[in-house]
Design a protein around this ligand. Structure first.
Ligand SMILES: Nc1ncnc2c1ncn2[C@@H]1O[C@H](COP(=O)(O)OP(=O)(O)OP(=O)(O)O)[C@@H](O)[C@H]1O
Length: 219
């Protein structure tokens, strides 16, 4: 028991013997995964193998049927305990996690840090706008942005709150080829520079070119 506890503390995220079924169909069975602090982990696997389900379990959007998930040494998921997504300090950039049409770029960035003082909020938003080269678009709404600009806002929204873990599910899918590579390069620059622990799901090896490790999910 003591060894197990020490092992959990070494990693920022530990999935232990996770089981998940949908309508009686097994998606994950006795699934184990450990992620080190600052690691950029790529998850690959064929369509339908459970990649998005895995991220949703980590984010707290799904509950496992069995097993445990620990964030640092804290139990955040089991079949009788679930810490809600907004209490997990995780940033999410999912392909279907759309921007809100009624909020401007800067309002999107403010969203996750609304608990901070106004001055601190403004400073952080300014820095993030500069970082993502969005300063001249701060007052625009999503419909007035290109696909790549929207994707950068979505990263900014997740990154500004300094998440313990950044979860990305096929984040570049909607972008055309050239923009995809440009956005991808900026993405790696940020997560590596800021040492953000990241789990990145993609079916495309080109997306995962700079990850520290690839986990192949196959069943
Ligand atoms: N809420 C749900 N109810 C029932 N079945 C589901 C649900 N969510 C996912 N599934 C099924 O679970 C399996 C795994 O889905 P998941 O989205 O995790 O796969 P994936 O590996 O991300 O696939 P893709 O690469 O195509 O996005 C699929 O067969 C899917 O149909």
């Amino acid at each position: 028991m003591k060894d197990n506890q020490q092992n959990i503390e070494k990693f920022i995220l530990t999935l232990n013997m996770i089981n998940k079924k949908f309508d009686g169909v097994e998606i994950l069975r006795d699934f184990n995964l450990k992620v080190k602090r600052g690691e950029v982990l790529g998850i690959m696997g064929p369509s339908g193998c459970g990649k998005s389900t895995l991220l949703r379990l980590i984010a707290g959007l799904e509950r496992p049927d069995g097993g445990q998930i620990y964030l640092e040494s804290k139990l955040i998921s089991s079949n009788d305990k679930i810490v809600p997504p907004n209490k997990r300090e995780m940033g999410m950039v999912f392909q279907n996690l759309a921007l809100w049409p009624h909020l401007t770029v800067e309002q999107h960035l403010c969203y996750g840090i609304s608990n901070l003082d106004k001055d601190v909020q403004s400073q952080k938003v300014k820095e993030m706008l500069d970082y993502l080269d969005l300063s001249n678009l701060a007052k625009r709404y999503p419909e007035q942005l290109s696909g790549g600009e929207r994707q950068r806002v979505s990263f900014g929204r997740a990154l500004i709150m300094k998440p313990l873990i950044l979860l990305c599910d096929e984040p570049f899918n909607s972008l055309d080829r050239e923009l995809r590579w440009k956005t991808r390069d900026l993405f790696y620059e940020i997560v590596k520079e800021e040492e953000i622990t990241t789990i990145f799901v993609s079916h495309d090896p080109e997306d995962l070119i700079e990850v520290d490790r690839i986990y192949r999910l196959d069943n």
